[in-house]
Design a protein around this ligand. Sequence first.
Ligand SMILES: Cc1cc2nc3c(=O)[nH]c(=O)nc-3n(C[C@H](O)[C@H](O)[C@H](O)COP(=O)(O)OP(=O)(O)OC[C@H]3O[C@@H](n4cnc5c(N)ncnc54)[C@H](O)[C@@H]3O)c2cc1C
Length: 300
Amino acid sequence: MLDKFKNKAVAVISSRHVAGPDLKDALLIRDWAETRDVGTVISPWIGSLDSPRQVLQLYSDAISAVQPNHLGSHVAIKLSALGYDYGLFEELLGIARSKKVKLQIDSLEHESAAKTHALIEKASATYRNIGCTLPSRWLRSASDAERAAELRIHARVVKGQWHDPTSPKIDPRANFLTIVSKLAKRGADVSIGTHDYPLADKALEILAESDARFELAQFFSLPLNGFDLSRKYKCPYLIYIAYRSPYMPYNWHFFLSRPSMMAWLIRDFTIPRPRPWNSHGREPFGYVPLNIAKDVHIKS
Ligand SMILES: Cc1cc2nc3c(=O)[nH]c(=O)nc-3n(C[C@H](O)[C@H](O)[C@H](O)COP(=O)(O)OP(=O)(O)OC[C@H]3O[C@@H](n4cnc5c(N)ncnc54)[C@H](O)[C@@H]3O)c2cc1C
């Protein structure tokens, strides 16, 4: 009975964190974002019933929907959904290359990190316009950051939804800044993926003092509090739009150590989030109708 309620609650909450079942649902939000000079990261989230071949098609459709080099927009994928099959990944890289679209690889559980990074490294020999994701909850991410800089691929820094079992006590905020500093020193290509405003502020400040190329990215269904930061640091601002299979963008297993997460869960279960892209939606915090693209300085 309790399990049934828990599953139902997780299903309701998860459904609020995807744009809808189809690419067109994500594109509605993309269109809203682009009229505000905000780039998008389009990501089909994959269900357990989709075969790797079907997934390739879904990822390919997402790539076709992205206008290359427009506001930094790109596609995010999960290698697990391709069954870690390098042949399929290579086909996808070919499609991304032909359309000149960046492929960002999301991170999953710590156990998947070694094979994910091995495939990204192999792919980087043929296509440099890809990115890895570095969770600051993981000890290994500092050295993965150095490697990403050496390979000259993009690096997205997030806190991460999964613990590092080898280092469960790591401080994700402090390590976030350690990773960002390493990338800044190497003049890397960096995305800051967090809704933690003071942390994003500090990370962007470090990057702004370096030769790194950087952007701020936030998840479309969590508080969009990055507009003013993107103006302060004159960097691109992107929103990550998930669609298709519902999933939660934060790890509710952490709720015992984070009491505020219980409030988020209850809120997500009872009150639908504001949807500023709907015709009567209110603009998010910090949004001012300025042409951010005219102001941003993108280091090449
Ligand atoms: C662009 C992007 C890409 C990501 N990619 C990955 C990935 O590939 N792999 C991965 O494991 N994780 C990924 N994540 C998720 C990330 O790891 C965190 O789980 C998530 O962003 C929450 O952590 P936070 O850094 O935003 O900080 P938090 O401390 O969790 O949140 C910061 C603040 O945001 C607000 N907030 C956050 N969530 C909620 C909520 N549900 N309801 C109400 N307020 C809330 C609160 O005010 C909170 O204090 C990504 C996140 C982003 C933004």
